[in-house]
Design a protein around this ligand. Structure first.
Ligand SMILES: CC(=O)N[C@H]1[C@@H](OP(=O)(O)OP(=O)(O)OC[C@H]2O[C@@H](n3ccc(=O)[nH]c3=O)[C@H](O)[C@@H]2O)O[C@H](CO)[C@@H](O)[C@@H]1O
Ligand SMILES: C=C(OP(=O)(O)O)C(=O)O
Length: 429
């Protein structure tokens, strides 16, 4: 099994280009099922989850064409492109084998139901970071008139006639729940109003993509999304939003190593809470167009307190990386995790590197130490993997990170990008 080896001590300096967002491209790929014609997607990151989603769409019968280094519409320079042709979709079943490896597979539920009248999608179950219920997806689709049963581990959904626009209030803010219901409502008869909707930038990107295909979605990015259903969606092109979590991860790397890093092709407006905390940590941040620069001028970061919550508050997907920063920061930082009950799996591994962390329920109290010491560690989930690389960058000696398949789900060429900034990092077989 592959591992990543990091030699600590390098100060990161330079520029790095940000890839398309994993959490935007996966729902967008699923949304192509709603269209009547091919949809070209550009700025698609090279990620394992993208391959899994393409496999799932292929198993449903969709045609998949990958254009390396083009926009899918033939224009060069916007990363990888994927064109999905949904006209050959024949199956409406998302099997357990695929859903268990990637929770985002649940996002075919709304599109299959709305477009083809039926869907069978395996229940995703929980994962390392906690239980991951989908009751809000089911209730939202039922509000649109779907008949849904859960049977032998599968969600079985069907409709009689078109789905009907409705008002639905989410009990909890759910990103994928909002996306599933919004996609289904796009082809419903009449208007739907989704209250307490997720406001994440990836929800907005999905709405922008659907609107480019002819949907009529208003106010995505607010807590009240209005969807005027249309009869059909046509083909088109969409360029995926830059990955705000990848962006944040590189900026934390700069802050931890005392360096100066510019991220290119990023969107600072999607990162307010993260940039705010990096300023609190002592980073000098400048934003010029799609470039964000963090300059630490050799200083040690100051410990920061934070609480994860739905957007625009601090994202749970940046919690582990900030935990790594607090491990070597000056002072004591307190981190509250409110989204996932078990998203502290990285703590045990950070302790192996010499961190001083105490966990009390959903709260971690981190007392910064002067120096971490490199050791073999094990990645437990995607962002935990990133936090261990970050810790390895500043640890004394060598840190070897095992189970990096988690990392490949969500970070494109992370070791090459970090090497380009001066990190001593390599992948071994
Ligand atoms: C609000 C939030 O920050 N969501 C995060 C969540 O999205 P993801 O879409 O995976 O999860 P949700 O947003 O649906 O879950 C948010 C919360 O709602 C609960 N819930 C969700 C759906 C449901 O039907 N019933 C229910 O009770 C979950 O247990 C969780 O506590 O994980 C992703 C991957 O780490 C992150 O990118 C998202 O930022
Ligand atoms: C945990 C993540 O993704 P997923 O929901 O796909 O597991 C993530 O993006 O940090």
């Amino acid at each position: 099994m592959q591992k990543i080896v990091v030699e600590g001590g390098a100060v990161l300096n330079g520029e790095v280009q940000i890839s398309g967002a994993k959490n935007a491209v996966l729902p967008i790929l699923c949304a192509t099922l709603l269209a009547d014609e091919p949809v070209a997607i550009s700025n698609v990151p090279h990620l394992h989850d993208v391959v899994t989603t393409a496999r799932l769409l292929g198993e449903l019968g969709a045609g998949i064409q990958v254009d390396e280094g083009t926009a899918g519409d033939g224009k060069p320079g916007r990363g990888r492109g994927i064109t999905v042709d949904p006209r050959t979709v024949r199956s409406h079943i998302a099997p357990y084998e695929l859903v268990k490896t990637m929770r985002a597979s649940i996002l075919v539920l709304g599109p299959l139901l709305a477009k083809y009248g039926e869907a069978e999608v395996s229940l995703p179950g929980g994962c390392a970071i906690g239980s991951r219920p989908v009751d809000q997806h089911i209730k939202g689709l039922q509000a649109l008139g779907a008949e849904i049963s859960v049977d032998h581990g599968f969600i079985k959904a069907r409709r009689n006639g078109r789905l009907k626009g409705a008002r639905f209030v989410f009990d909890v803010v759910s990103v994928t729940g909002t996306e599933n219901v919004m996609m289904a409502a796009a082809l419903a008869e009449g208007t739907s109003v989704l209250e307490n909707a997720a406001m994440e930038p990836e929800v907005v990107d999905l709405a922008d993509c659907l609107n480019a295909l002819g949907a009529q979605i208003e106010h995505a990015g607010s807590g009240r999304i209005v969807v005027h259903g249309v009869e059909r969606l046509h083909g088109g092109h969409h360029d995926v939003l830059p990955d705000r979590i990848e962006t944040g991860t590189f900026l934390v790397a700069a802050a931890m190593t005392g360096g100066r890093v510019t991220v290119r092709r990023s969107r600072a407006d999607t990162l307010d809470a993260v940039l705010d905390k990096l300023r609190d940590a002592g980073g000098e941040i400048t934003v010029e167009g799609d470039r964000i620069t963090l300059d630490m001028q050799g200083r040690r970061p100051k410990a920061v307190n934070l609480t994860t919550a739905p957007h625009p508050a601090f994202p749970t997907d940046m919690q582990a990386q900030f935990m790594a920063m607090n491990c070597i920061a000056d002072g004591v930082g307190v981190i509250n995790e409110t989204i996932f009950e078990n998203r502290f799996m990285h703590v045990q591994e950070l302790l192996r590197l010499g961190a001083d962390i105490r966990v009390e329920g959903h709260t971690a109290i981190i007392r910064g130490v002067e120096q971490l010491s490199g050791a073999p560690v094990m990645a437990t989930d995607l962002r935990a993997s990133a936090s261990l690389i970050l810790a390895g960058l500043v640890a004394d000696g060598q840190t070897t990170i095992d189970r990096i398949y988690h990392l490949d789900r969500g970070y494109e060429n992370i070791e090459e990008k970090l090497s380009g900034l001066g990190a001593r990092i390599r992948r071994i077989a």
